[in-house]
Design a protein around this ligand. Structure first.
Ligand SMILES: *Cc1c(COP(=O)(O)O)cnc(C)c1O
Length: 219
């Protein structure tokens, strides 16, 4: 059995310690519980402990969870978002973390509401991951800022796998500088394994799955 109470407390303590070390207010860091692949009971358990932000990767998996959970949850879309699913995603989720194409923006315009949006940066130009190369960020952010149905909030990135902490930190600092230069006030960065490095750089949203819910079955 997963001990949600202990896990949530441990993650919150990690966030508080990292904020303390960085001289930041823990209230400025939103913990997004990444619930992809986990059953509704796990989400309910965290909800009952006060957790209100949840992140999902796949629209089809998220929709029944969105329907079943209380409506004061803020839903974050954190997986790659195909353009043809972007309209539906903008209807179901409150925050889209993986904006990267004008095709997505066109579809989001068709949703009858405005969502918060983050542009995904591909930090190490990893081909297997989504997101835009550094030189393409400014042009696309401009498009998001002009978009009528997205409030541009900042950048999102997934830390390159296997990098030691001391290599991650300068990469994250650079990303935070780019974010500030582009007018971003949110920074979605950090997962179970690297949230300390992300918070040191200024992350405002950390996306944590396994540290809260236990080992995940392979997707
Ligand atoms: C799965 C996932 C996470 C959470 O990863 P953990 O290592 O389980 O904390 C965070 N961000 C994205 C984009 C993910 O796909």
């Amino acid at each position: 059995m997963v001990d949600h109470t202990a896990n949530l407390r441990a993650v919150r303590e990690r966030i508080e310690r990292a904020c303390g070390a960085a001289g930041r207010d823990p209230g400025a860091v939103t913990l997004v519980a990444v619930s992809k692949t986990y059953p509704l009971d796990d989400l309910r358990a965290l909800y009952d402990l006060g957790q209100r932000h949840f992140g999902e990767s796949r629209l089809q998996e998220a929709l029944p969870k969105v329907d079943a959970m209380p409506n004061d949850v803020t839903w974050h879309s954190i997986g790659r978002l195909q353009s043809n699913k972007a309209r539906r995603a903008a209807e179901a989720f409150d925050v889209l973390h993986t904006l990267e194409s004008e095709g997505q923006l066109r579809e989001i315009e068709k949703a009858g509401r405005t969502v918060d949006g983050l542009v995904e940066a591909n930090l190490a130009e990893e081909r297997t991951k989504g997101g835009l190369a550094p030189e393409s960020l400014a042009g696309f952010v401009e498009k998001v800022v002009q978009s009528s149905h997205v409030r541009f909030r900042g950048l999102m990135a997934i830390g390159p796998a296997g990098l030691p902490d001391e290599a991650l930190r300068p990469l994250y600092r650079d990303l935070a500088e780019t974010n500030a230069r582009l007018g971003g006030t949110w920074l979605s960065l950090g997962m179970s394994g690297d949230l300390e490095a992300a918070i040191a750089a200024g992350a405002t949203h950390v996306r944590v799955g396994t540290a809260l819910f236990g080992a995940r079955p392979p997707l």
